[in-house]
Every structure is written in structure tokens, then in C-alpha cells.
Design a protein around this ligand. Structure first.
Ligand SMILES: [Zn+2]
Length: 371
């Protein structure tokens, strides 16, 4: 099935089996046709097993803008396609061409290019970037007791996966699915090869995005940062998740609406809090600015499908290595990507609509705040 997105870039065709490398190339091709400053950050593993790997950065608008809007795709590599489509739409539809004075928009495309190319949630360091924006050097949290108890089952050899999954199902039945989900997802800073690893220091992706952001907004008074994600929430339903509390959460709700979900202040059932989220990192980077960070999440399938696929991919990566071409691993990674980016035109249309809406909400707020 072929789908063509956008106008004026007729040679770019989107296929359902498009690879991450295609998205990086498409961003580069589009970027060169935009009236915006374009820059590329080469990934240290570029030119290796996964070909050319790069983070693209495109800045529109006022050079001395006091308001800077960052729109970032691919924090979780396997979700890259969804973020790319949202960013491509803004570029193709000219949504960034006539920004109000004093406002700049910076597109950050594929901040985890290795993860995107591999089809992993994690970075090349096996790190979940939404656990990596910590102040390292200070004490980091210990893993949950449930993580410690279940870790041998998470890390089971692929041949033992069935038995391990049966044990994990027992745990979920006894302690509840939310407790099981928290054990897998809340993050840990101990096992570099374990699941949910938050890192022992800032990753390449974190260092790169911090450098990009400081370079584009060190003097800005107002900063918006939207990350595109998928896989959380009901199928084809878009939520904004606000990892802030207090006044900053209120501010996020002014921008995106009262229904911004808050895992920290009033967690919806099944949501867990985490440490080292990108939102924490963006706020820490600009202590003097008004920072409004939001995570756009468009839901896909059921949580138990996600955990099953995430674990299968994790075990095969442990067994064969992050860059192995083992057919079982390739299959597990395709399954993971198809969890995050369903092969469903209706889902994709909704995602793109929601992406455009979130940007419009930010721009409205930014324009209002300037007056
Ligand atoms: Zn994500």
C-alpha cells in the first residue's frame, strides 16, 4: 500500500513498510525546500549496521525570538514514524511559514535515530530516554522491589520465555496488572542490560537535545516543548500528558485544555510516575523561563500486548545483541513497531489531526502571551 503525503515533494512516497532511514532522508529532502535554517547532527553509529543515522534540526521564524517552540519526534525510537508524519504535515502544509513576530519553531526530527533504525524503544545505550533526564552524580532511585523480584524472568533466555511469561502472569494475577506494569515500566538505574534502564549518565540523545535547545533558546523567556509519542491510552485517542505539578501543570492545562492527564498530581488508573522524564530535563535546562512541556500520546493497542512485545524484544536483544540481524529479533522489532504505529489509515489520519491540533493550541497560547 502506497501513501503520498504532502504537496510539492512529489518524489517522496510513504509506504507502510517504510524504514527509519527513509524518514530521515525524507526529513532532509523536505528541510532543504523549507524557508528555515537546517542543521544535521550525525549519530556516532552513523554509517554502521543501520546506515546513515542523524537528528535533523529545522528552525523557522525570528532569529531573536523570545518565544521558542520545540517539537520533537522519536524520543522512543519505535514510535518514530508517528512523530515524523506530524512534523512532515506542518512542513508540507506551510503551517510554519508565517509565524507571528517574536515566535520561533524548532523541529527536532529523530532524536533517537539509532532506536528508530533498530525498531527499539530504547537508545543505543539500551536506555529509555524518558528515564534518562536525571541529575546523575546524586543518588538515583533503587529499582522497585517488584523489579528485583521479577528481573530474572524479564531477562530470561528466549528458549525459556514461555515459562517466564507464565510466572509473570501469576505475579500479575496475584498483585494486579498495575503493579506488574510498574515493575516493568517504572525504570531502574542498576542493570545496563536490563529492561527500563535509565542510564548511568546522560545519553547521546540527551546531550544532543540539550545542546540543540540551549543553542536555540538560551535567551528565550517562554519555551514550549512537545514530544510526539504513541502507545498509551485508548486506540486512536490522543491525550496530552503533563509530567509537571502545581503551577506548571496549571499552565499546561491553559495551553492544552483541562483534560491534560497528570501521572504525578492525579494519576489516572494504570498510569505510573517515573523519574528522569524529558519534561524534567526541559524544565531544568531553562530555570528562568516559562516552560510548558507536553507529551502527545496517541493510543494504540492493549497494555498487555505492549508489555509482551517489549519483553520479547528485550530478551532477544539481550541474547543476540542490539545490532544483530537474527531473524527472531527482526521479527520481534517489527512487532514492536507495529504496536506503536498501527497499519491503519484511520488511526494515522487521527494521529495527524491530533498533531496539528496540539501545535495550533501551542501557537494560540504563544500568540496570546505575547500580546
Ligand atoms: Zn513513547
Amino acid at each position: 500500500m502506497h501513501k503520498t503525503l504532502g504537496q510539492g515533494v512529489g518524489e517522496i512516497v510513504h509506504m507502510t513498510d517504510q524504514t527509519a532511514g527513509d524518514f530521515m532522508r525524507d526529513f532532509r529532502l523536505r528541510a532543504k525546500q523549507q524557508n528555515a535554517a537546517f542543521e544535521v547532527r550525525d549519530h556516532p553509529k552513523s554509517g554502521g549496521r543501520f546506515g546513515r543515522l542523524e537528528t535533523g534540526v529545522l528552525r523557522y521564524g525570528d532569529e531573536n525570538a523570545q518565544t521558542v517552540i520545540f517539537l520533537t519526534s522519536g524520543v522512543h525510537g519505535a514510535e518514530q514514524a508517528a512523530g515524523s508524519w506530524c512534523q512532515f504535515d506542518l512542513m508540507d502544509q506551510g503551517a510554519l511559514d508565517d509565524l507571528p513576530n517574536g515566535i520561533a519553531v524548532v523541529l527536532i526530527h529523530a532524536i533517537n535515530p539509532w532506536g528508530a533504525a533498530a525498531g527499539r524503544r530504547y537508545s543505543e545505550e539500551n536506555v529509555d530516554l524518558c528515564r534518562n533526564f536525571m541529575t546523575f552524580g546524586q543518588a538515583v532511585p533503587d529499582p522497585l522491589d517488584s523489579y528485583n523480584a521479577l528481573q530474572p524472568l524479564f531477562d530470561a533466555a528466549p528458549a525459556d520465555a514461555k515459562d517466564a511469561d507464565a510466572e509473570l502472569a501469576k505475579f500479575a494475577a496475584e498483585h494486579g496488572v498495575p503493579a506488574y506494569y510498574a515493575a516493568v515500566m517504572s525504570g531502574q538505574y542498576r542493570d545496563p542490560d536490563g529492561i527500563g534502564f535509565g542510564g548511568h549518565g546522560p545519553t547521546w540523545a540527551r546531550r544532543t537535545i540539550e545542546d540543540i535547545m540551549l543553542g536555540h533558546a538560551s535567551n528565550a523567556k517562554r519555551i514550549y516543548a512537545l514530544d510526539y509519542h504513541t502507545g498509551v491510552g485508548p486506540y486512536a485517542y490522543g491525550s496530552i500528558i503533563g509530567m509537571q505539578t502545581g503551577a506548571r501543570l496549571k499552565r499546561a492545562r491553559q495551553v492544552f485544555g483541562d483534560w491534560v492527564l497528570s501521572p504525578r498530581e492525579n494519576p489516572p488508573a494504570g498510569f505510573i510516575d517515573v523519574t528522569g522524564h524529558t519534561t524534567d530535563g526541559y524544565e531544568a535546562l531553562f530555570p528562568a523561563a516559562d516552560v510548558v512541556a507536553g507529551v502527545l500520546e496517541v493510543g494504540t493497542f492493549q497494555q498487555d500486548v505492549f508489555i509482551r512485545r517489549l519483553l520479547a524484544e528485550h530478551r532477544l536483544t539481550r541474547a543476540h545483541g542490539g545490532e544483530s540481524d537474527h531473524p527472531d529479533l527482526a521479527c520481534a522489532r517489527r512487532d514492536l513497531v507495529s504496536f506503536f504505529v498501527p497499519d491503519d489509515a484511520h488511526w494515522r489520519a487521527y494521529l495527524r489531526h491530533r498533531g496539528a491540533q496540539a501545535f495550533a493550541q501551542i501557537l494560540e497560547d504563544a500568540t496570546r502571551e505575547q500580546d
